[in-house]
Design a protein around this ligand. Structure first.
Ligand code: AMP
Length: 617
């Protein structure tokens, strides 16, 4: 593990408590605080003087785990056990990932709606667990530097993150032993770092252009009286500085006179040229030409050759700016400030194009790799009550949600959401012909509803008889400015509807709220382990029920051998469920899936063929 040096200007830190700001990135993550003396935000550095922790994890053959720079060493040598880009998987199910790029590690693919899992050897991890390992590393780093316990934080997420992705980020924080006081949007954090919107009577329209290593997005914010409203956001989750590098690699390949095949078949050469390309790109950010030697031959690239090579990529980002601006119903003249975020905005051509589009100078004085974390630290300081000049909006003190299968809490409005607030999600029935659905509303931070506080319960009745999974029950939570929660449940196919009103804060003292929060932190690890065990168990039981149902209908098409293998696999799941072993249940689920997929496909083909027979095409 890398040693950490104290890099905060001299003097001891005598703060009792610190709330850190965390940028949990796709490629790199970092942690920042407000310096207790200078009152300026700073990113915490390790002994190599780098603030960035690569968002990478490597799992060794003997169960050892490497995080950050240590894991980077294995990216090429042991790629199937090195996990990168976890942020792309947070809160996603298999269907969400259908059209995305392949990763070099194993994602369990059983084409269901449940959240993805990652398999490394015999171990199964959720993206939440993996993200928590990175957050834990950041927590340790902060504790090392600050020489104090760090348990509270603000974490940033892209503006386009949905409810599930935000909740997954919260859970990851919780699992890392951090109380996530607030999840804030990355463009909001970047604006805060430039001091935009920190005065209570300020009204500003801001464009935040964020071009990193592998992702791009642009957001338009309307800031009024301390309220940061992301009015539109657009981008490409697979566009960034890596693509610039690829263009330079192609340029060098041509200079070296290599054919594409010669290049593709030489893994060593690919990595040498990629490194050369990144050096060239960085060099060109402050020089006109780059020259070097590869395989005893000279390679070079000039500023204008580079600009030509990346022009179409930058065009795409400018198109996104135009789309986001159109959606915000603002004109370029109405945008007051443009803020640059992400390492790739150091490229002068990128700055030039963005500046030309918005017809104004861009803000690039803050380090674009750190700007988001620095803004998160400013937000953390506001929450800590140290920055009284900034308006803090009224917020929900505890999370609000409903009970789902297995007695789990499904949060719809997370704690610290601003009031008024609205959130909704769709649910379905578990049994064929189910005509009513019990909706129990809870408040609290624990994963099991039995540990939280029940606010209300009601039945949505009159759902027309349909097979399980077909009804669509939409549940909407609406908290008005007085903190009154309205819960509305509607079965969308039939229009059956029910509404109730609850007062979430009623009867809770500040001390009780504090106790509930403390309990959620103290029990976070057990809670999340229990949650994943319940989720794996529910998945196993559903799979058993589904398979048995399938077998009873299509037994004639299934061989004796397949039947026997299926029965054994079912037995394995049952055994693992009895043993309450999450990894074993998931492994058994996976093996039942492998056994049943071939005959399920075969039966489907037969069914289609039979259906076609009766019809003249
Ligand atoms: P981020 O994802 O925000 O950390 O951005 C990382 C990307 O920024 C990588 O593609 C880097 O190669 C790129 N980058 C870092 N420094 C520079 C620089 N001086 N000039 C151009 N690109 C850079």
């Amino acid at each position: 593990m890398a040693k950490i040096a104290i890099n905060i200007a001299t003097g001891t830190l005598e703060q009792k408590e610190v709330i850190v700001g965390i940028d949990l990135g796709t490629t790199n993550s970092l942690v920042a605080i407000i310096h207790p003396e200078t009152k300026q935000p700073i990113a915490l550095k390790d002994i190599d003087q780098t603030t960035l922790v690569p968002s990478l994890l490597h799992f060794g053959a003997h169960g050892e785990m490497h995080v950050g720079n240590e894991a980077k060493l294995y990216l090429k040598t042991d790629s199937s056990n090195t996990i990168y880009s976890v942020k792309r998987l947070l809160g996603k199910n298999y269907n969400d990932l259908k059209n995305t790029q392949k990763l070099s590690y194993k994602i369990i693919d059983n084409e269901t709606d449940s959240l993805v899992k990652i398999q490394v050897g015999d171990l199964f991890f959720s993206p939440i667990e993996l993200s928590s390992f990175i957050l834990k590393e950041l927590k340790h780093r902060a504790e090392h530097v600050l020489k104090m316990n760090v348990s509270k934080c603000v974490i940033t997420v892209p503006a386009f993150f949905n409810d599930a992705q935000r909740q997954a980020t919260r859970d990851a924080g919780k699992l890392a032993g951090l109380e996530v006081l607030r999840i804030i949007n990355e463009p909001t954090a970047a604006s805060l770092a430039y001091g935009i919107g920190t005065k209570s009577d300020e009204t500003k329209n801001v464009a935040v252009y964020d071009l990193g290593g592998g992702t791009f997005d642009v957001s338009i914010l309307k800031i009024t009286d301390g309220i940061f409203d992301v009015v539109s956001t657009h981008g490409d989750t697979y566009l960034g500085g890596d693509d610039f590098d690829n263009e330079i690699v192609q340029h060098f390949t041509q200079q070296l006179g290599l054919t594409n095949d010669e290049f593709q078949s030489n893994a060593n050469l690919i990595s040498i040229l990629r490194l050369e390309a990144e050096s060239a790109k960085k060099h060109l950010s402050s020089n006109d030409v780059y020259e070097s030697t590869v395989m005893d031959k000279r390679v070079s690239i000039t500023q204008s050759e580079f600009e030509n090579a990346i022009q179409s990529l930058v065009d795409k980002t400018i198109d996104s700016c135009a789309t986001a601006l159109k959606e915000s119903e603002l004109t370029t003249e109405e945008i007051d400030v443009v803020v640059m975020v992400g390492g790739s905005t150091r490229v002068p051509y990128v700055k030039k194009r963005v500046s030309a589009f918005f017809k104004k100078q861009v803000n690039d004085s803050v380090n674009p790799d750190e700007v988001v974390a620095l803004g998160a630290a400013i937000q953390a300081d506001i929450l800590a009550g140290n920055n009284k000049e900034v308006l803090l909006l009224d917020i929900t003190p505890l999370s609000l949600g409903i009970e789902t299968m297995g007695g789990l809490m499904d949060v719809l409005i997370p704690r610290n959401s601003k009031i008024p607030s609205r959130a909704g999600r769709q649910y379905t029935t578990q049994k064929d012909g189910q005509s009513s659905m019990r909706i129990a509303v809870y408040q609290g931070e624990r994963d099991l509803v039995s540990d939280n506080r029940k606010l209300a319960e009601f039945n949505l009745t009159g759902i027309p008889g349909m097979p399980a999974g077909l009804p669509k029950v939409d549940i909407q939570f609406l908290i008005n400015a007085d903190g009154i929660l309205k819960v509305k449940a509607t079965e969308l196919r039939s229009g059956v509807e029910q509404i109730i009103e609850v007062k979430p804060q009623y009867g809770l003292t500040d001390e009780e709220v504090e106790n509930m929060l403390m309990a959620s932190i103290t029990n976070a690890k057990e809670d999340i382990q229990l949650r994943s065990l319940i989720e794996a168990t529910t998945e196993g039981q559903t799979q058993i029920e589904f398979t048995q149902n399938f077998l009873s209908k299509h037994k004639q098409y299934i061989t004796e051998e397949e039947l026997l293998a299926t029965e054994n696999a079912i037995l394995e799941i049952k055994k693992a469920i009895d043993a309450k072993d999450k990894n074993a249940i998931m492994a058994a689920n996976e093996s039942l899936n492998t056994i049943s997929s071939p005959y399920a496909e075969r039966v489907m083909d037969i069914a289609i063929a039979e259906a076609m027979k009766g019809k003249k095409v």
